[in-house]
Design a protein around this ligand. Structure first.
Ligand SMILES: Nc1nc2c(ncn2[C@@H]2O[C@H](COP(=O)(O)OP(=O)(O)OP(=O)(O)O)[C@@H](O)[C@H]2O)c(=O)[nH]1
Ligand SMILES: [Mg+2]
Length: 449
């Protein structure tokens, strides 16, 4: 990964494969010369007008449209040109090769966005949001990434950092002028300010759990004894005959997974083997895998057969799921009920007829505590969460030191902790982020982004 912005880079910016149009992006100090060379528009009077799409064919390749964005008002902050061509991989590659022949270098993944960051156009959470937005598969993910791109997280972090900075400045003044016998911030006030900071950090962390669900999606396991209709419920939820359904207990052996859009959330649904004691080696392995999936799931759907009385195997499945976030699904409600509301309240469905599936989807979203209309969470990224946690731990240390000191507070100790907290926050925003962390972040971008 190159952290230099002094050369000019080029890449295809659009998806690979055939398309109506494709875009080649050039960025760096030599952009104007390279693009003029490509299109044969040489001479002072033939310069590209800023931000105006201009028909400018690349000779022998395609009739292209060039848009020139002069520094600093461009995506990267350097001179940028976008060359739109017909979306053929062959044509786009030829344009890139011509640009390289004219002196450009092939861009590495994420290098355009990296330059935007290095040039101070965006901060690190915004750069990360660009990658998230490109990768989003549900509308909620896209929305969360967009909010981060708009700077909601950056703003929250900047406010916290400003409050910390203010406190640090006053504590330093107290250290610098000890003879004055004058505390620029008294212990009581210090405690109040630190408590306020802790409350704000906690709020960010609570939103973080939700945010991570939005970003990474979650795992929902369907469990229950054999033949209650787990695979049928699975198929009804994913809207396809994905898992095998038969009247024979012990049909499902392996884990069957499918990704589901659950009220805007990305959920991976897992169908599992029916839980029972068995001599069959294959089925036993299936039961073990079912338990494994069950243990890591964010939500467990326990399926019961409503047309038959509850038995010990059902009770076993319910007990296994007792300590977990779970939802009881009473299936086969198209048949005569063997029990109504029995020992377990649950969502009544008929997987065979498809009745109750919307109610089930809503109950799942509710059980996961992710309301579709809720404002997007601020933190969706594990890197950010870990750093907020580190910052919080440092503030807690400072808070404890103040409480323990009573009236005889030593500002130096508190200062060291508060500097730690600031360090963590500034690593989120990218103001103090080590190069290897930066390289790691930008590696996951696509080329041309
Ligand atoms: N009447 C009725 N029958 C159903 C319903 N759902 C499933 N069945 C039937 O119940 C039987 C078992 O269905 P599956 O979906 O294979 O059950 P399972 O829990 O996955 O079974 P295993 O994989 O063996 O553990 C099949 O004959 C289904 O047709 C339902 O809503 N109503
Ligand atoms: Mg099954």
């Amino acid at each position: 990964m190159s952290f230099s912005t002094s050369d000019t880079i080029v890449a295809i910016a659009t998806a690979s494969g055939r398309a109506a149009i494709g875009v080649v992006r050039v960025s760096g100090p030599d952009t104007a010369r390279i693009v003029a060379h490509l299109t044969g528009r040489v001479g002072h009077d033939r310069r590209f007008e800023p931000r105006r799409a201009t028909l400018a064919p690349v000779a022998g390749v395609d009739r292209t449209v060039v848009t020139f964005f002069p520094a600093p008002h461009s995506y990267t902050g350097d001179d940028v040109a976008e060359v739109s061509a017909h979306g053929s991989p062959v044509v786009l590659r030829a344009i890139v090769e011509a640009a390289v022949a004219a002196g450009a270098r092939l861009a590495e993944p994420g290098e355009f966005t990296l330059r935007a960051f290095l040039n101070g156009r965006i901060d690190l959470p915004q750069a990360e949001a660009v990658a998230d937005l490109v990768d989003a598969v549900t509308p909620l993910q896209a929305r969360a990434a967009f909010d981060q791109l708009e700077g909601t997280l950056s703003k929250a972090i900047a406010e916290l950092d400003a409050a910390l900075f203010d406190l640090v400045a006053r504590l330093e003044a107290s250290v610098d002028f000890p003879d004055e016998g004058y505390h620029f911030v008294g212990p009581r006030e210090l405690e109040t300010v630190l408590d306020g900071l802790l409350a704000r950090l906690d709020a960010l962390l609570v939103d973080g759990r939700r945010g991570r669900l939005v970003r990474e999606g979650l795992l929902v396991a369907i469990v229950g004894k054999p033949n209650v209709g787990k695979s049928s419920v699975f198929n009804a939820l994913v809207g396809a005959g994905r898992a095998i359904v038969t009247a024979m207990p012990g049909t499902t052996r392996d884990l069957v997974t499918e990704v589901l859009d659950l009220e805007g959330l990305r959920a991976t649904l897992v169908d599992t083997a029916g839980l029972r004691v068995t001599d069959d080696a294959i089925e036993a392995e299936g039961v073990a895998r079912a338990r494994g999936a069950h243990q890591v799931a964010d939500l467990v759907l326990v399926v019961l057969d409503g047309s038959r009385p509850l038995d010990d195997e059902d009770r076993g499945a319910l007990t296994e799921a007792a300590g977990r976030r779970r939802l009881v699904v009473v299936n086969k409600c198209d048949m005569e009920a063997a029990w109504i509301d029995g020992p377990e309240a649950g969502v009544h469905v008929s997987a065979r007829r498809g009745t109750g599936m919307d109610a089930l989807r809503q109950a799942m979203a509710r059980a996961l505590d992710v309301e579709p209309t809720r404002d997007s969470p601020a933190i969706t990224n594990v890197r950010h969460l870990a750093l907020v946690e580190r910052g919080r731990a440092a503030v807690v240390r400072a808070r404890d030191a103040v409480a323990a000191a009573g009236g005889s507070l030593s500002e130096e100790f508190v200062l060291a902790d508060l500097q730690d907290a600031r360090g963590a926050l500034e690593e989120i925003s990218g103001r103090r982020t080590p190069d290897d962390v930066l390289a790691h972040i930008f590696e996951r971008f696509c080329i041309g982004k």
